[in-house]
Structures are given as C-alpha cells and as structure tokens.
Design a protein around this ligand. Structure first.
Ligand code: DGY
Length: 319
C-alpha cells in the first residue's frame, strides 16, 4: 500500500478509487491548503494528486522525498508544476486532457455571447433597480453571424470552440504551432494565420494556448494596437498570457470593444481597473466547473496516479 496525498477537495468517487488500493491523506479544509501544511503532509508520499492552486516545485518534491513516483494534476494546464524538476527526479507528471474540452469551450462561448451581447451590463442594470425599457438603441451589441473568430492555440479546446462558432455562422482563423488535421480544418473551414494577421483580421480573439515562458504576455499593448477597435478578447486559458494592465488601457481607450475573462494574471486577484469597466465580462475560473467534468478530471487524475503506482504507463502523462 502506497501513501497518496491529495492537496485539496476532489469528488468522493475519485477518493474512493484511490482509497481502495492505497492509504490516502486528503486535504478537506474549506480553504486551500497552506504551503507549510502542504510541505509537511507530502513528506513520505508516493503520489501527490495536486490541484492547480498548489505550486509543485523543487522544494515540494524534495520535501516529499525520493520515494515520490507521481504528481497527478487535476487540470489540463500544468503551469503550477515544475515538470523539469519532476523529470530530473524520475517523477512522472500527469494531467487531465480531453475530459474538460467541451465544458471549457462552453464557457469560452458563453463569454463570447456575454461580451458581444452585453449580458453582464444588462444584468447589472436590472439588479441596480434603475428604470429601463425596451428601446431601439438600448444596450446594442454586436452580431456573431458572418464575423471572424481568431483562435490562438488550436488544440482540443480551441477546436471545440471553433465548432461552436461555426454553428453560429462565424468564419474561423487560427494560430497554432502546427497545422491541425486537414479534415478538421476543412470541416471548420479554418485557415491558419500568423498571430499578427489573426489579430488584424479577427472580430473576436479567443485564447486557448498553454501558459509558459513562450506565452507570457503574448497579448499586450502591441497586440491590442493591432486588433480592430470593434474586436473582443476572450481568455479561458491562463491569465498571464495577457498583460492585464495593457488590457485595461485598451478597454478604457477604446482600442478594442470588449473582453471576456475566466482567468486572471494574478489569480484570484483581479486588476482593479477591470472592475471599473463595463465592457469586460469577468467570471471566476469556471471553465471546467461542471459536476460531470470535475468528476471526470478527478477520476482521470486518480487513474494516472494508480497506473504509475502499479508500474504502468499512466493514461495522460505530460509529454
Ligand atoms: C485546467 O484544467 O487547466 C483548467 O484551467 C481547470 O479549470
């Protein structure tokens, strides 16, 4: 029996699966586990099942000890894990791709609709108790039919967002490290562009790339200047891909029309400038937040940990 440390609350079915084979120490406090407590608990662990709120770095791996075999992140993004530090210690790092694709694309599309049709503004207006009535020019937004969606990062979530956009009559362009499957590109009618062309062409730019040194502040002042002043930025990937101060300036100065954000540069803090603006929709990192999706993520993370502990290849190793 191995020792498995789970760094935060996860669905019970995943805990049961782990408990059936191993000794499980799970953090069930209402707040995130503190760093000191985390470092103390991981000592002697053979597996760590981590949430994206916990930093898994060299210090933590050393605190765990040389018996640690696997870090199973309950997320597709793994910018919270120092993967080279894991590799250097022979620790397998895993993530949860695939199972949250549709839920995240739903939130991306929800933000597209909320931002372009001013749903947040409308909701705030009604809740404020102010008088309102239907009017020809009241809270006019922008239509999606015939507009161009530019997808930055055309992996599974980018493609799922593109499928939704196609159903709304949008044109699709994308920027990606590599060409996508030509059949998928043909089905979506999607054209690959360089980032600067995509920014200049798109009515909506939606970010779906992973976060890392190569994508830190990928979208900043220069990129906002390149976008149409009628364009919208949507981010359901990771906050620091966008220079939030530059975004505030672009939204305030009318350099772009609006934005929809599910993730933030210094999460859970939100740039105070964003809170003052009406042309940005803000939601608290809800991309994968459905019962079904979170359960599937936790089960996949449990399967990853169990496979490594049995000496097998996990279903979703981080390459
Ligand atoms: C992920 O899995 O990376 C998501 O951000 C979690 O919602």
């Amino acid at each position: 029996m191995s020792r498995v440390v789970v760094t935060g609350r996860v669905p019970e079915t995943a805990l049961e699966k782990l408990r059936a084979e191993h000794d499980v120490d799970d953090w069930s406090g209402p707040e995130s586990i503190g760093r000191e407590e985390l470092l103390r608990r991981v000592a002697g662990a053979d597996a760590v099942v981590s949430l994206l709120t916990e930093r898994i770095d060299a210090e933590l791996l050393d605190a765990a000890g040389p018996q640690l075999k696997v870090v199973a992140n309950v997320a597709v993004g793994y910018d919270n894990i120092d993967v080279p530090a894991c590799t250097a210690r022979g620790i397998v790092a895993t993530n949860t791709p695939g199972v949250l694709t549709e839920a995240t694309a739903d939130i991306a599309f929800g933000l597209i609709l909320s931002a372009t049709r001013r749903l947040g503004e409308g909701e705030r207006l009604i809740r404020s108790g102010q008088a309102w009535k239907w009017g020809m020019f009241f809270l006019l937004g922008s239509s999606l039919q015939g507009k161009t969606l530019g997808i930055v990062g055309m992996g599974g979530i980018g493609q799922a967002t593109a499928r939704r956009a196609k159903a709304f009559g949008m044109e699709i362009v994308y920027q990606s490290r590599s060409e996508i499957d030509p059949r998928v590109a043909a089905e979506l009618g999607a054209r690959r562009l360089e980032l600067d062309e995509l920014l200049a062409t798109s009515d909506i730019v939606s970010l779906h790339c992973p976060y890392g040194p190569a994508t830190h502040h990928l979208i900043g002042a220069g990129q906002f200047a390149a976008m149409k002043d009628s364009a919208y930025l949507i981010n359901t990937a990771r906050g620091p891909i966008v220079d939030e101060a530059a975004l505030v300036a672009a939204l305030r100065d009318g350099q772009i029309a609006g934005a929809g954000l599910d993730v933030f540069e210094k999460e859970p803090s939100v740039h105070p400038g964003l809170l003052e603006l009406d042309n940005v929709v803000l939601v608290p990192h809800l991309g994968s937040a459905t019962v079904e999706t979170r359960t599937a993520m936790a089960m996949l993370a449990a399967d990853n940990a169990l496979a490594v502990l049995s000496g097998e290849r996990p279903p979703a190793p981080i390459a």
